[in-house]
Ligand binder design. Structure first.
Ligand code: AMP
Length: 311
């Protein structure tokens, strides 16, 4: 057995000993949106609470109705960019309910929203496996009320929370000392990149076509200048500036909110141990792998790390 198998076995064993409840903080806030809510209000609620997704509840059916995520807004933006006028877009957004947004998504041919969920007493291993297999970044925890059997949305478990839990509690740190160039975690070929001058709509198309959540912005020498992320699309949706999708991504990034957590980089000499210390301290979703001249080498996203550990 080599050390990789050993690490994966140890992590899997660790995740099988814990349930998703173990990851939840003692006290937390959960924002659930009704599918009859106007998209405009849903956006405002997300932004006000500093979140980028929320579970949906259909009060008509008294059932969980999937998640509202940034992908929904990306589908909406793509639809309006290709099919409609800005005037129509603005008018529709004013009067649109979340449930109608799904109709637009159907028309665009977007994949049907997943109704994936897991019971909170499931092990972290099962939850991680489901996240990896479904290529999701988050999964709602769903229970049932004892008497009425009505569905109960308990919380939403994210890749970040699981990896942070491992980073804080996994004791076998010796097993984490191998560098990235040996582990080969992440993507190092065919990386979707953009220049500062690339129009935002082209970057949005890259998100959809490649099923990715970020695109590094590089200069002519391939030096990493920034990263445009799917969450950045939320500010376009919020401001309703659908007519600014031809604006260069460099200009859009200048208007980023002050609380943007920054771009995190690492090198091929970094280990899972050092990546986990970053995850412990900061809310990172990906690390951009660079060489000593800050030139782009690859991307290690949380999904890559989770997939590697779960095997
Ligand atoms: P993510 O959306 O960050 O969870 O990434 C999903 C998968 O796509 C992971 O295997 C990443 O390594 C890979 N990936 C992320 N961003 C890019 C990109 N810009 N170009 C190519 N692959 C990427």
């Amino acid at each position: 057995m080599d050390s990789n198998d050993n690490l994966q076995d140890l992590v899997r064993g660790f995740l099988k000993q814990h349930t998703t409840y173990d990851v939840l903080p003692v006290s937390y806030r959960l924002i659930v949106l009704d599918t009859q809510l106007l998209v405009k209000k849903a956006l405002a609620a997300l932004m006000q609470n500093g979140i980028v997704s929320a579970p949906l509840w259909s009060s008509q059916d008294q059932k969980f109705a999937g998640m509202l995520t940034v992908s929904d807004f990306i589908n909406l933006i793509q639809y309006y960019y290709t099919h409609s006028s800005v005037q129509d877009a603005l008018h529709d957004i004013e009067s649109f309910q979340i449930q109608h947004m799904r109709d637009v998504e159907k028309r665009v041919g977007a994949p049907a929203p997943q109704l994936l969920s897991i019971h909170p007493m499931s092990t972290l291993y099962d939850a991680s496996k489901l996240l990896v297999e479904s290529r999701s970044h988050r999964i709602p925890l769903l229970d049932r009320e004892a008497e009425t059997q009505t569905e109960l949305i308990v919380s939403v478990l994210t890749q970040y929370r699981i990896l942070k839990f491992i980073a804080v509690n996994f004791q076998e740190t010796r097993a984490l000392r191998q560098p990235l160039h040996e582990l080969k975690i992440g993507t190092y070929e065919n990386i979707a990149i953009a220049k500062k001058t690339t129009p935002i709509i082209q970057v949005i198309n890259m998100f959809v076509e490649n099923h990715i959540s970020s695109v590094p912005i590089v200069d002519d020498e391939n030096v990493v200048l920034n990263v445009y992320e799917t969450v950045d699309v939320m500010s376009i949706a919020k401001s309703g500036k659908y007519n600014e999708l031809d604006v260069p991504v460099g200009v859009a990034l200048e208007a980023r909110p002050d609380d943007f957590p920054g771009v995190h980089t690492c090198t091929l000499n970094d280990t899972l141990y050092s990546i986990f210390s970053t995850i412990r301290k900061r809310r990172v979703y990906r690390l951009i792998v660079v060489d000593q001249d800050n030139k782009l080498k690859g991307i290690v996203s949380l999904s890559d790390i989770l997939r590697y550990l779960i095997g």
